[in-house]
Design a protein around this ligand. Structure first.
Ligand SMILES: [Zn+2]
Length: 268
C-alpha cells in the first residue's frame, strides 16, 4: 500500500479541515479557495468511504451476476436469541438461503444458532468481533484485531479453513482495511439495497421499497441483531414472509452471498 493510502486512512476527518486551510494559505482566503476543496474532499470521502456501492477508494463488492436469477438476503449484527431463530424458520419455510454477517462476540454466545444456520445451508460471514462503529477511523492495530478475531471466530465455529466474507461495521471502508483484508485473502462485501429496517416500520412500505428496486444480482442488507442491548428490528421478521413470496413471484431465487458471487459453493 502506498504511503498516500495510509495517510488517507488516518486523515479522513482532518483532511476536511487541513486541505481548505492549505488552499486558503496558498490562494488567499475566499469562497473558492476554501469552499471548492471542502466540497471535493467531502465528496471523495462520502463517495469512497461511506457509500456502499462504490469502489472509488477501496475495491468493494456490492452485487453479483446481473444476468442470472439470484439475489442474496444478508442479515447483519446477529445472531440474536429472539429474531434469528424466527428468521431461520421463515427462510426454511420458503426454501430460501441467506448470509448472516455475524458479530463475533454475539456468535460466541449463541453457538446453537450458528449450528442451525449451517444445518439449513446458510452462510456465516464476518462483521467484525465487536462492531465498533468508529472502526474506520481507528489505527491499523485495532482494525486488524477486529477483523482477525471476527474471522477466526467464524472459521472456528463453522469449521472451515477459508476466510469468510467481510462486511465492515456501518459499511465504512478505507485503504488500511483493504490492505488488511488483501493480506488475509478476504473480500469486502457491502450491499446494493438497504432495507432501512431501522427506519421503516410499515411492512408494506418495507416490502414495496425493496421490490421496486430489486434486480438479479442484488445484495439486500437487513438486520437480525443489533450491536447494542436491544434486539434487531422486529419489522424484518414481520416483513420477511411477504418479501420472500414477492421475490419468488418475480422468479428470483435467494442464495448465499458466496453463491451469488460464484466464489465457492455453500460448503459451510
Ligand atoms: Zn452492522
Amino acid at each position: 500500500m502506498p504511503p498516500a493510502g495510509m495517510l488517507f486512512s488516518y486523515l479522513q476527518i482532518p483532511m476536511i479541515i487541513l486541505v481548505p486551510m492549505i488552499s486558503a494559505f496558498i490562494f488567499g482566503p475566499g469562497i473558492l479557495s476554501i469552499g471548492v476543496p471542502l466540497v471535493v474532499i467531502g465528496l471523495i470521502i462520502y463517495k469512497g468511504v461511506a457509500t456502499p456501492r462504490s469502489s472509488l477508494i477501496v475495491p468493494t463488492t456490492w452485487h453479483g451476476d446481473r444476468t442470472g436469477n439470484s439475489v442474496n438476503l444478508s442479515f447483519d449484527d446477529g445472531p440474536d436469541p429472539d429474531r434469528t431463530p424466527r428468521i431461520l424458520e421463515i427462510l426454511r419455510e420458503h426454501g430460501a438461503h441467506a448470509t448472516f454477517f455475524v458479530i463475533g462476540r454475539h456468535a460466541i454466545k449463541h453457538p446453537e444458532l450458528i449450528r442451525k444456520m449451517l444445518e439449513d445451508g446458510h452462510e456465516v460471514a464476518n462483521h467484525s468481533m465487536d462492531h465498533p462503529r468508529t472502526l474506520n477511523f481507528a489505527f491499523h492495530g485495532r482494525m486488524l484485531d477486529q477483523v482477525s478475531r471476527g474471522a477466526e471466530t467464524v472459521m472456528e465455529m463453522t469449521d472451515v479453513e477459508h476466510e469468510p466474507l467481510y462486511r465492515p461495521p456501518v459499511g465504512l471502508r478505507n485503504p488500511t482495511l483493504w490492505r488488511i483484508l488483501r493480506q488475509r485473502g478476504c473480500q469486502i462485501v457491502t450491499w446494493s439495497i438497504s432495507s432501512r429496517d431501522r427506519h421503516i416500520n410499515d411492512e408494506q412500505r418495507y416490502i414495496e421499497r425493496i421490490i421496486k428496486r430489486v434486480q438479479p444480482g442484488d445484495i439486500v442488507m437487513m438486520h437480525d441483531g443489533s450491536d447494542g442491548p436491544l434486539s434487531g428490528p422486529e419489522i424484518t421478521v414481520r416483513a420477511l414472509p411477504g418479501l420472500l413470496q414477492r421475490l419468488t413471484g418475480m422468479g428470483l431465487e435467494c442464495v448465499t452471498c458466496s453463491q451469488l458471487l460464484g466464489i465457492r459453493s455453500a460448503d459451510h
